[in-house]
Design a protein around this ligand. Structure first.
Ligand code: SAM
Length: 432
């Protein structure tokens, strides 16, 4: 029998409400290269590191997103291991963590790129990708990129792909610059769970040369400036070599035992967001995915948190709050998707296995800070933070407190009056 204390709930909205969103990063060098709505701010990581008795030596983030934790750690001289499933985000992370750029060399490359784009007149062939929804083709009523925009993008891709090998280290910088603009120049916008067509998308009149200009301006006025600002700063730790691409449910096992002092992370929320779908423009246009089978593989390597693929039923952890929620779901006559109960079970099974696999990798007394939000299905709130904290308690951790960071709206599908708590779960590895 595991003895558990009552979990302490603390209202920390004053401290965290602005910090658990990505907004603060939009003004920070490097962090600003690609905005991730689902991310938190660099200041969030700094505050957590700052509240430790002494600066931790080794941090870990199993769900890196665009690498806010690892980059902040690098700035503070803290080693940080990390894992990220999306190949695009992984390249964004590595572009930001690299420290061997030569600003002069990059400036020359941008000039060359600009000259090439200036002289582009002929159309490049369409990228060889299986999805047919992206481009204007005969018989289609809607498409994501108008022809002039598609031409602007393929010009940039053509030049990127012909960069000499000696300039390989700059390749990801160009990818990030293009990735950063894809949604803006398209006919769609990110609508929480998916991509939706913009109002009056038919009148989108962005021209090929405007795409070139947006790209070049971003390379010159954002990326180059940031690289210059970092050029003469010596770096004590190079987290570029500590980050891995793949499924953290498995890759956690490859980390060295008994090394990690602190975990600062934010897993996907239990909110049915499929990152493979929301970020599909970046994945398909930048060459990470060209076939549906590849897209499916990527989707199934993500943490179970959406219903885009059928999830097999698993025995979920035996936590009263979870059992009660699952009982409730079983009484709801029409959930908006029949996979929801299995997704909920799968999510907490995944969390349980992460806690298990992570345990030997942590030093005794290691601290964990997990930013999550509660969810709602069948018009009832699922207390995700409490359930995760209680699962952790069954796997060798003490749940110190749950800090309320802010309250957010539930999805339109739920007619729930109260808002959902977004919080920071604070855990400590038990000292045996
Ligand atoms: C909430 S975001 C993290 C944002 C991050 N804190 C930041 O500020 O950029 C969660 C991330 O987990 C990643 N992810 C989902 N399933 C994963 C898995 N099985 N292994 C590793 N990463 C995964 C998603 O691709 C997403 O980037």
């Amino acid at each position: 029998m595991i003895e558990t204390k009552e979990i302490v709930y603390k209202d920390c909205r004053e401290l965290y409400s602005d910090l658990v969103s990505f907004t603060g990063n939009k003004y920070q060098p490097l962090h600003r290269w690609y905005s991730l709505v689902e991310g938190y701010s660099s200041e969030f990581v700094r505050r957590i590191l700052g509240e430790q008795e002494k600066m931790p030596e080794v941090c870990f983030d199993p769900f890196m997103g665009v690498g806010t934790t690892a980059l902040t750690c690098q700035d503070l001289g803290v080693k940080c291991f990390g894992i990220e499933n999306s190949p695009f985000f992984y390249d964004v992370i590595r572009a930001k963590l690299r420290t061997d750029y030569d600003p002069y060399e990059f400036a020359v490359l941008i000039d060359e790129f600009e000259a090439y784009l200036f002289s582009c007149e002929h159309s490049q062939p369409l990228p060889e990708i299986e999805t047919k929804t992206l481009f204007e083709t005969e018989g289609r009523e809607r498409w994501i990129f108008n022809d002039p925009v598609r031409e602007g993008i393929t010009d940039i891709l053509e030049k990127m792909n012909s960069l000499p090998v000696s300039f390989n280290k700059y390749f990801n910088l160009f990818k990030v610059a293009l990735g950063n603009h894809l949604v803006g120049i398209s006919n769609v916008f990110r609508n929480g769970k998916c991509l939706s067509f913009k109002k009056n998308w038919q009148y989108n009149n962005i021209q090929r040369k405007e795409v070139h200009k947006l790209f070049i301006d971003f390379c010159r006025n954002v990326i180059l400036i940031d690289i210059r600002s970092k050029a003469n700063i010596s770096v004590r730790t190079h987290n570029y070599v500590n980050v891995f691409r793949g499924d953290s449910r498995e890759l956690v096992n490859n980390l060295p035992d008994n090394t990690i002092d602190i975990v600062i992370t934010s897993p996907p929320y239990l909110n049915s967001r499929d990152y493979t779908d929301i970020y599909r423009l970046e994945l398909w246009m930048l060459g990470y995915v060209s076939k549906f089978v590849e897209e499916r593989k990527l989707r199934s390597s993500a943490l179970t948190s959406h219903v885009q693929i059928a999830v097999e039923e698993k025995d979920s952890p035996n936590i009263p709050e979870l059992n009660e929620f699952l009982d409730h779901l079983s009484t709801v006559p029409s959930l908006w998707n029949k996979n929801i109960p299995n997704m909920v079970k799968g999510y907490f099974c995944d969390m349980q296995s992460i806690f298990e696999n992570l345990h030997p990798k942590l030093k005794p007394g290691a601290m964990l800070y997990i930013n999550v939000s509660n969810s709602a299905y069948g018009n009832k709130i699922c207390e995700v933070d409490t359930i995760i904290a209680k699962i952790a308690e069954t796997k060798g951790y003490e749940a110190l407190e749950i800090r309320t960071a802010r309250f957010i709206n539930s999805s339109k599908q739920q007619s729930i009056a109260s808002k959902l708590r977004e919080s920071v779960i604070v855990l400590k590895k038990n000292v045996i």
